[in-house]
Design a protein around this ligand. Structure first.
Ligand code: NAG
Ligand code: NAG
Ligand code: NAG
Ligand code: NAG
Length: 599
């Protein structure tokens, strides 16, 4: 008894000693970290060409929300690399990329960072949309009346600014969205996504690191956070309806990207597919579905299409089969990279770090990008792909190195910690006239949008990297805002990137740069907690795009045109969408092999 008691007090004493030791140790650690960081900043300040007062990310109001990005483990926010989700083209993931990201030494574990308070907003499931509202009879007749009544409304409802814009949002069972957020620790194998899904999916606020960013509107946004950001924007959409028969489109707030994310590595197909199957079963049983066979339904998956487009039942093949389900083929899936050979997905921009809450924040940013002096002709942030046969990244890195002072390289493989901070990458893009955007593990890169945001003219090497992807958001006349250097020419050593870029006249460069800056509002997602006044952001444009697409699908159904499900026809989808024809084109060879099996 006594012994036990003594042991207990002994334990208490030991516990106290441990406690104080821990406090002292963390004090020493934080002081040294602070000094280290600070000296780095001072050193950096001398070099920096930005004369901006926002050196440190301290804010008087909410200091815990304002992290300088140097405080974060941002390895997965990669703008240079197509992230952890690299597709090994034979259907199996490459392990190389993974090790780049998981082997970062000396990076703090963000598991211990506090979750910002706004996080709670995320898990309140959205209260919009009543339970199974009254629906018109799901048959041909109701289709006709729906269209008729909308044309009749032309006169009577002229004053309704939402006419033909209404969106109905399903009240999905919580396992399709809010539960995924409650379980956010499971989303990523490498990082604590709970942290990056705070602030309605925008992530923790970024301070004005070394003057790279403006004071407001910057967040350490994960490139896969769009499921949540989009849903939260939708809750603010000005034309929501609770009456599905008034809706121009029906939104399915399933977090398809976050849902599959934990199962992409090392799980069998039944684990990867289970939510997708459950979802389509739920949808197909809804009266809202039957009205248009789901052709007016859409969802957002903030991942590349290949993560959701497995065509076989073999475990070794990549991704889930969501996109290949027959219900999904009738829907519109918004993804950050679509398939050139399929018709049911449409690409929308990757999220960037900028999420303004007022029009003025955007104008201020655009003006600032106009005034910047460009120190480098071109730049590249990324890692080589030594294991990827045919990758041109090595050529690009070599050419950049050979160009000495005209090209700035941010190499992401050599302990590339520099690459892992939004401010480093954004600063480099801001100081460059052109930003090289070669394909990586897939055609597209987040980096493209970060470079546009920085007023840097993107240089593409494959039309699949943007032109045939973001048709709603980027101008079809791609030469107005970008340069295309076919990858073959680089691979064969036929093109010298530097001289090609130097051959563009100063006048042309000026016009292109202005066009890029003009595009900024179209490629950013505004803060879901506020509403921009005159500016249409990437979300607004995406919703308009969906509504137009649905209108066309409904028209086709009413005209009883056979539903175009011809696989050969679909294989030419990229050409049809971009050129409006499927005639022979000089780009054909770019799309002759499916990326999953080639490259
Ligand atoms: C992809 O996976 C296959 C099968 O495991 C393997 O043989 C191949 O070397 C991998 N390719 C790359 C580029 O890693
Ligand atoms: C829903 O909208 C349709 C078509 O505009 C209308 O006929 C119907 O009465 C509305 N239902 C409800 C419950 O408001
Ligand atoms: C798939 O994996 C899960 C758990 O990882 C297991 O319970 C299930 O039986 C597996 N299914 C098949 C068909 O192998
Ligand atoms: C998809 O649409 C077609 C044509 O409208 C229809 O025949 C088919 O039943 C729909 N599929 C599902 C699963 O609803």
């Amino acid at each position: 008894m006594l012994k036990a008691k003594m042991e207990k007090s002994d334990n208490v004493a030991k516990g106290r000693i441990r406690f104080w030791f821990f406090i002292c140790a963390s004090l020493v650690l934080s002081v040294s970290l602070f000094c280290f960081n600070f000296s780095a900043l001072i050193r950096d300040k001398k070099e920096t060409q930005f004369k901006d007062p926002y050196i440190l990310g301290f804010s008087p109001q909410k200091p815990h929300l304002l992290l300088s990005d140097t405080d974060l483990d941002v390895s997965h926010l990669t703008t240079w690399d197509d992230d952890l989700s690299s597709v090994n083209r034979s259907g199996v993931r490459e392990t190389g990329t993974r090790s780049i990201h998981s082997d970062k030494s000396g990076v703090k574990d963000i598991d211990d960072l506090p979750i910002v308070e706004d996080g709670s907003e995320l898990i309140t499931s959205h209260a919009n949309g009543e339970k199974a509202g009254r629906i018109n009879k799901p048959n041909e007749e109701s289709r006709v009346t729906a269209v008729e009544s909308s044309s009749r409304e032309d006169t009577s409802l002229e004053l309704d600014p939402c006419k033909d814009k209404y969106v109905y949002v399903y009240d999905l069972p919580s396992n399709f969205n809010s539960d995924i957020l409650k379980n956010c620790k499971a989303i990523s194998l490498w990082i604590n996504m709970c942290h990056y899904l705070t602030n309605m999916g925008l992530g923790p606020r970024l301070g004005g690191s070394q003057g790279v960013f403006t004071v407001k509107g910057w967040f350490a946004t994960d490139q896969f956070a769009l499921d949540v950001v989009f849903h939260n924007r939708m809750k603010q959409y000005k034309c929501l309806t609770k009456n599905s028969s008034m809706a121009a489109a029906i939104f399915v707030p399933f977090y398809a990207g976050l849902d599959v994310s934990p199962y992409l590595w090392g799980y069998n197909t039944s684990m990867r597919d289970s939510s997708a199957l459950e979802l389509v079963k739920w949808l197909a049983a809804r009266p809202e579905w039957k009205v248009w066979d789901g052709r007016d339904h859409f969802l957002v998956a903030g991942r590349i299409t290949w993560d959701l487009r497995r065509t076989t039942d073999e475990d070794k093949d990549w991704g889930s089969n969501l996109m290949e389900l027959s219900e999904a083929k009738n829907m519109t899936m918004l993804v950050i990279e679509s398939s050139p050979w399929h018709g049911n997905d449409v690409a929308i921009p990757y999220p960037t770090y900028f999420h303004p809450s007022t029009d003025n924040q955007v104008f201020e940013w655009q003006n600032r990008m106009r005034r910047l002096r460009k120190r480098y002709l071109f730049s590249f942030a990324g890692a080589p792909r030594p294991k990827l046969t045919g990758s041109i990244r090595n050529h690009i890195i070599k050419q950049c190195q050979a160009s000495k002072k005209r090209c700035k390289l941010l190499e992401c493989n050599r302990g590339g910690d520099k690459c892992h901070h939004p401010s480093n990458v954004m600063k480099m893009f801001q100081s460059s006239t052109f930003c090289l955007q070669p394909p990586g593990d897939s055609y597209t890169r987040r980096s493209t949008f970060d470079s546009i945001l920085a007023g840097c003219i993107p240089v593409f090497f494959h039309p699949g990297s943007a032109y045939v992807q973001y048709l709603w958001h980027l101008p079809r006349d791609f030469s107005k805002y970008s340069v295309l250097i076919p990858e073959d020419e680089v691979r064969k050593g036929k093109t010298d990137i530097e001289s090609r870029l130097r051959s563009i006249s100063a006048m042309q460069v000026k016009a292109m740069r202005e066009e890029v800056i003009r595009l900024i509002p179209r490629v950013i997602y505004a803060d879901p907690r506020s509403r921009l006044e005159t500016i249409e952001d990437a979300f607004d444009i995406a919703v308009e795009g969906v509504i137009e697409r649905v209108k066309k699908a409904k028209r086709e159904m009413l005209e009883a045109r056979p539903y175009d499900n011809d696989a050969n026809e679909e294989a030419n989808n990229w050409k049809h969408e971009f050129f409006g024809t499927t005639e022979k084109h000089e780009w054909d060879h770019f799309f002759s092999k499916k990326i999953v099996n080639s490259l």
